[in-house]
Design a protein around this ligand. Sequence first.
Ligand SMILES: NC(=O)c1ccc[n+]([C@@H]2O[C@H](COP(=O)([O-])OP(=O)(O)OC[C@H]3O[C@@H](n4cnc5c(N)ncnc54)[C@H](O)[C@@H]3O)[C@@H](O)[C@H]2O)c1
Length: 163
Amino acid sequence: MRLEDVKTISVLGAGIMGHGIAQAFLMGGYPVRLYDIKDSILETARSHIKNSLDMFAEEGLIKATDIEPMLARLESTTDLKGAVEGADFIVEAAPEDLALKQDLFAQVEALCPEHAIIATNTSSLTLSAIGKKVQSPPNSPSCRSSERSRNQRRDHGCGFLSA
Ligand SMILES: NC(=O)c1ccc[n+]([C@@H]2O[C@H](COP(=O)([O-])OP(=O)(O)OC[C@H]3O[C@@H](n4cnc5c(N)ncnc54)[C@H](O)[C@@H]3O)[C@@H](O)[C@H]2O)c1
């Protein structure tokens, strides 16, 4: 997959990291689907993103008039299927719990398009461990889509650094 083929982003987990990752993609111009297990968490995440964008605008880093269009591209959902269906790039920022991430990856793989890149924001777990329950084992710890066409394995990605 090439960068220009990525049209829709899904972020799974709307906590400290997830809402920030979602914001970064919104600022990059992408539509973002933000998934979490409770509506209240998603509402808090939206409010954190709005506050953060307001600060960016106050600092002159973005235009204030860009904030509403960015927030309009943010879709929040507690429905995992709806979150990843048709997505091109999916990144999970769920709790640092191996079993939880393994199950999430396996569920996502079954629901998302074949071409989708599934990435993790893990800070300490290995990609091979997280991908243990997926049908198509991980390719590499980075997003190298060219490898998929060569060996038909699913691409997985890793590594969003917190600032
Ligand atoms: N906080 C950091 O500074 C930091 C830095 C780098 C990496 N990370 C990594 O990022 C990931 C997320 O960390 P965080 O600090 O944002 O955690 P967090 O607890 O703030 O957020 C995790 C979110 O995931 C949600 N969640 C629970 N079960 C879920 C499921 N089954 N599917 C999807 N979401 C689910 C929770 O409701 C919560 O909102 C972890 O893997 C962590 O190690 C964190």
